[in-house]
Design a binder for this molecule. Structure first.
Ligand SMILES: *Cc1c(COP(=O)(O)O)cnc(C)c1O
Length: 389
């Protein structure tokens, strides 16, 4: 084993003992999860009409401060609905970071629009506003119909920002950029429940946002997602859209447009409500675990643990070890050594432009994305690890 990998394993072992088996992120069910799910089964209310759905939405609205919260069955569905309700369609392009989970780009594809890949900032891991601004000056113009890509002739309808590993992107700059260019800002806040930008919960500064409650997220409903929205009318429309566009019509099934069957079942919401009841403590534990990793890598010149950007408070969904540029070539050796020692670490996602279906997508220079892809390793981040000695 080379010295770099050995040193990194030793530092991680200072946080999590050797000889264990540490998953990247495990769900934690220590509250009312079993009781609430059992209640669904006992009462027969297992599907989308049960009372836990409304209670889960209310608890989320309370925690995030969002005006409208609509619970749906996956984070991917939430993002698709966000784009659809903004009238994004086949004639459009949508700016998305190349460094993201596949759902961000796929949700754009489902609308028929073209994902247009943009680079991230190493300081936030989110979309880089300064470089995006310079890029738009090169390729785009603002017209009466919105922002237009001069080369393709298509409208650039939206920018989806993603709060990577829970760390908020530079939202003030991105909001201002979207205003200048007449582009709708959408937040893929799948990873950032419990993350705040200057005191505002992520997902509240764009026009509309999505959350995910997949099994590996900080709060899980098994599978699930939610839409957050500040605009009451847009919120009403998106709720209707994901409820099969159903309208009240006596006993008859009646629908006024092509909607989606995306609502969250009660059984999932029951699990989620129990999770939310304990969420402040889980978030605290995740932040304490991050502090321990940060301390363990102090003074290390081959790798640093990513720290929340200035003016933000992160949920530290997944802790990220960022190798120094000259250590990037050892990423896979470090990963092998960590996994051999029981730490089930993973690299960041393969960037979208390196996948066959998005290799031909329009894109700006993606130097930071490519560099981070070579250098990021996610560390075990389950909340209960904060107290392991
Ligand atoms: C988890 C995640 C999603 C949504 O995933 P689902 O499994 O559909 O809930 C979307 N975007 C990002 C960046 C994610 O990490």
């Amino acid at each position: 084993m080379n010295d770099i990998a050995g040193d990194i394993v030793a530092r991680v072992a200072g946080v999590l003992p050797r000889g264990g088996a540490f998953a990247l992120h495990e769900p934690e069910f220590r509250g009312n999860e079993e009781a609430y799910v059992a209640e669904c089964i006992r009462t027969g209310w297992v599907s989308t009409a049960g009372a836990f759905v409304g209670r889960f939405e209310a608890a989320l609205a309370d925690y995030t401060g969002a005006k409208t919260v609509v619970a749906v069955n996956t984070g991917t569905a939430a993002l698709h609905a966000c784009l659809h309700v903004l009238d994004v369609g086949p004639q459009d392009e949508v700016l998305v970071p190349s460094l993201t989970f596949i759902a961000t780009a796929n949700a754009v594809s489902y609308t028929g629009a073209t994902p247009h890949l943009v680079d991230v900032d190493e300081a936030t891991l989110g979309v880089d506003p300064a470089r995006l601004e310079a890029y738009l000056r090169d390729i785009a113009e603002v017209t009466d119909g919105g922002c237009r890509n001069r080369a393709s002739g298509r409208r650039i309808a939206a920018l989806v920002v993603m709060h990577c590993f829970g760390h908020p992107a530079d939202l003030d700059s991105l909001v201002a950029l979207c205003e200048r260019w007449n582009i709708a800002l959408v937040e893929d806040a799948a990873e950032s429940l419990g993350s705040f930008y200057r005191g505002t919960h992520t997902g509240r500064m764009g026009r509309i946002a999505s959350l995910s409650f997949n099994g590996n997220k900080t709060v899980t409903t098994g599978g699930g997602g939610a839409i957050l929205c500040e605009d009451a009318e847009l919120g009403r429309r998106v709720r209707h859209l994901v409820t099969t566009a159903r309208i009240a019509d006596g006993w008859e099934f009646s629908h006024d447009s092509v909607g989606f069957n995306y609502r969250m079942p009660n059984i999932n919401a029951a699990l989620g409500l129990a999770q939310l009841e304990r969420f402040p403590g889980m978030r605290q534990n995740k932040r304490r675990l991050a502090e321990r990793y940060l301390a363990a890598f102090e003074g290390c010149n081959t790798a640093q643990v990513f720290r929340e950007p200035a003016q933000t408070e992160s949920n530290y969904w997944l802790n990220a070890l960022v190798l120094a540029p000259e250590a990037g070539e050892f990423r896979d050796q470090v990963l092998d050594a960590l996994r051999a020692a029981g730490y089930h670490c993973r690299p960041a996602w393969k960037p979208m432009h390196m996948l066959p279906m998005y290799a031909g997508s329009p894109r700006m220079d993606l130097a930071a994305t490519e560099s981070l892809h070579r250098r990021v390793i996610n560390l075990p981040s389950s909340p209960f690890l904060a107290d392991i000695q």
